[in-house]
Ligand binder design. Structure first.
Ligand code: DGJ
Length: 728
């Protein structure tokens, strides 16, 4: 198990997977990634063939050897591997050729860290690191490949560092984090596309020759495409088949591409997208490419997802709320939008408290001149006219009502109509003298600049320290354009996109260190920056601005492939829903919001007594199921909602002692066939009681025969069934 290095064969073993590389003749080849095969040298599978137009390195005379047709570990541009490459460097002599050869390796206890970047950490799970150094001898450019091996999690992480050991300057035109070669093309790609208020819809298609993939050039990981993909055998389903996942731990521009080559090999590359990317390395400088979390499952997509859920929950998310129960919150955005008073907020807090809710979050509109989205961003001073009596007073009132208090910020943004912009127009990302692009009437602050970050950080700290604030919603409501920084010379402007993200991470690291008990919920107009990178700082992220329960079924379904339930911000909102006009029962809204962090986003003071009674029950139930939902094993029981008359999912305790089945009907049929759902994750020999009905079944019966759902009348209705292990 762990890392085995024998005769220059490097084998990384996890519980259920083996990953292997081999050094031969100075080249680092990829040998294998798949089910456990021990440390047998898999290079016996290499079948050298002479392929026309695929050349040989100078010292090799055998025409059957070409980098273009072999499985490589990290490919550099310019020496005859014509497939998608990981590294593209330009040297002072104008040459674009990099020839990476094996130098050395080192095995280390524990998991490597990446300076200034989020990455998985060791935690309680055992982890080991393998570092392999490659070098271009002619230009003294070194590449250190990092491998983190989490045996029990079935996870292997990759990242790399490119070091300029020469006396000259090197320009990196591409510095991807990894390439992963497969010896076949018979796989499907699953990716997660969308738009604002419709994030992470799953799409599955077979690989074809040429390129297919996802990327973002928006500055953030984006609503439109997500930096997580799966490659799986074409017969793979939830419970069966080989699946490979790649999750990029990065929140900015990214590219994940699969290329099927002339010889039917597949190469998956992951890295920072290289539009307007050119990083300069002076002598002695280095560039660190962000981490990729790889996982393999031979038991289908469900197991692959559970591998990611656990890895992110245990070894990426941090802070007190990684394990502690988070408060059930109520947010005033859809209740009041910008139009609120302290009295209104306190009234919401008081009614919410009565129903078991634990925290009030004051959303956008409490600072500067901010009664609409035309103005105020950047002026992080309490609007005393609106918050008569001040913030401290309001927080005290809310605390007195027995509720915690949370607050909204949008730190990376600036409105032209703000004192901050009037004082520092150059702090916004714009090109001097040129017209610029607004989105939601706002501009983006240049977070690559330390002075800008320090100012906003100090403002934020002053607010957070002025009252008992226990939660922050960190929003970011547009993507980047006009990317140019007043602080960098002309030849460094192509570093701004990445420096912005490094600046953001630096800010968040400082904030989490200064306020270790603060719960920070990420948000970017909903799930526009829902990525593993942000999860290092935010244990939860607002999943979508679409709060309609039926729409959320799809959004949360797609999200669940790569991200744990504990990260999925989801609330019960009012009906008719503000984004779709659809009306859905309070029960169903609750069941869907419980497949996430759970909370409310409505004017609770205006609910009927009957609705309030339901809220009270829902909150109690959520608290009761909290650890089962947030830390249990998650199972998707139906495929993409639109193909099935109902959607079902389940949370099962890791030790198999209980499970919670959730079902929402989509389109009921007349005299429909009875629906049976096979329950997962139970102990076959144990007996389970259905809470509330007294029915008893063996685990084997429930898992193999299934549970017969009660007949459900009408669309968009729901049931929750709790199975608890009991004595016979
Ligand atoms: C977008 C967020 O996703 C909403 O929940 C809300 O916070 C608004 N921004 C406020 O402007």
């Amino acid at each position: 198990m762990g890392i085995v290095c024998k005769n220059h064969v490097f084998t990384l073993q996890t519980k259920s997977s083996t990953y292997q590389m081999k050094e031969e003749g100075g080249f680092l080849f990829h040998n294998y990634y798949g089910p456990v095969i021990g440390d047998v040298d898999m290079s016996y599978l290499v079948c050298p063939m002479d392929r026309g137009f695929s050349g040989q390195p100078q010292e090799i005379v055998d025409r059957r050897f070409s980098l273009d047709t072999r499985l490589l570990e990290y490919s550099a541009y310019g020496t005859g591997d014509y497939r998608d490459y990981c590294l593209h460097a330009v040297y002072e002599d104008g040459s674009h050729v990099t020839d990476l050869r094996f130098v050395s390796y080192e095995v280390k206890e524990g998991k490597y860290a990446l300076e200034g970047l989020p990455a998985m950490y060791q935690g309680e799970e055992k982890a080991e690191t393998l570092e392999i150094t490659l070098r271009d001898e002619y230009k003294n450019l070194e590449v250190v490949l990092y491998y983190g091996v989490f045996e029990d999690l079935d996870v292997i992480t990759r990242a790399c560092k490119i070091v300029n050991q020469s006396e000259e300057q090197v320009r990196l035109l591409r510095a991807y984090s990894m390439g992963l070669d497969f010896d076949n093309k018979d796989m499907d790609m699953l990716h997660f596309y969308g738009r604002h208020a419709m994030e992470r819809k799953m799409e599955r298609s077979p690989l074809q020759h040429g390129f297919q993939g996802v990327e973002s050039r928006r500055g953030y990981s984006s609503h439109q495409q997500n930096p997580f993909v799966i490659l799986c055998k074409q017969d793979a389903n939830e419970e069966y088949g080989w699946c490979y996942g790649a999750s990029f731990v990065y929140s900015g521009n990214f590219s994940i591409q699969a290329e099927v080559s002339q010889t039917d090999l597949t190469r998956l590359t992951v890295g920072i997208q290289d539009t307007q990317f050119e990083f300069h390395l002076d002598s002695g400088e280095s560039f660190t490419a962000p981490e990729v979390i790889l996982s393999f499952s031979e038991n289908g997509l469900g197991q692959l997802s559970r591998n990611y859920h656990k890895a992110i929950r245990h070894n990426l998310c941090r802070g007190k709320y990684k394990t502690e129960r988070r408060p059930v919150l109520i947010n005033n955005w859809e209740a009041t939008y910008f139009d609120f008073t302290p009295e209104k907020l306190v009234a919401i807090a008081k009614d919410a408290k009565e129903l078991g809710i634990e925290m009030l979050v004051m959303d956008d509109g409490w600072f500067g001149k901010r009664d609409s989205d035309y103005s105020g961003l950047g002026d992080w001073f309490v609007n005393e006219k609106k918050l008569k009596g001040g913030l401290k007073n309001l927080v005290e009132e809310v605390n007195k009502a027995g509720m915690k208090f949370g607050i909204w910020f949008e730190p990376e943004m600036i409105s032209e109509d703000s004192d901050l912009y009037r004082a520092h127009p150059d702090w916004a990302l714009t090109v001097p003298g040129r017209s610029f692009t607004r989105a939601r009437h706002q501009l983006v602050l240049d977070f690559s600049r330390e002075d800008v970050r320090t100012y906003i950080f100090d403002r934020m700290c002053e607010i957070l320290e002025s009252a008992n604030i226990e939660y922050v919603k960190w929003d970011a409501n547009r993507h980047l354009t006009d990317v140019w920084s007043a602080k960098l010379p002309a030849d460094r402007q192509s570093e701004v996109f990445h420096r912005y993200i490094l600046g953001l991470y630096d800010f968040l690291e400082k904030l989490t260190q200064r306020f270790p008990n603060l719960l920070i919920e990420g948000c970017s107009g909903g799930g526009g920056r829902f990525d593993a990178g942000m999860m290092y700082y935010h244990p939860q992220i607002w999943c979508s601005d679409d709060t309609d329960a039926i729409e959320r079924l799809d959004i949360q379904y797609g999200t669940s492939f790569g991200y744990p339930i504990s990260t999925v911000g989801s609330h019960v909102s009012v009906c008719p829903n503000h984004q779709t006009g659809r009306s859905v029962s309070m029960k169903t809204r609750g069941v869907v919001a419980m497949a996430g962090t759970f909370g409310y986003e409505l004017d609770i003071t205006r609910l009927s007594q009957e609705e309030k009674d339901m809220v009270k029950i829902q909150v109690e139930e959520f608290k009761k199921y909290y650890f089962l939902i947030q830390q249990g094993d998650y199972y998707r029981l139906t495929d993409d909602g639109r193909k099935s008359p109902y959607v079902a999912w389940e949370f099962a305790a890791e030790d198999g002692t209980e499970a919670l089945l959730n079902v929402v009907t989509l389109r009921v049929r007349a005299y429909a066939m009875p629906y049976t759902v096979r329950i997962k994750g139970l102990k076959p020999e144990a007996v389970y009681e259905v809470e509330g009905t007294g029915e008893k079944y063996s685990g084997a019966a429930l898992m193999n025969g299934g549970y017969l759902l009660p007949v459900i009348w009408d669309d968009y209705q729901s049931v929750q069934v709790h199975f608890v292990e009991c004595c016979e």
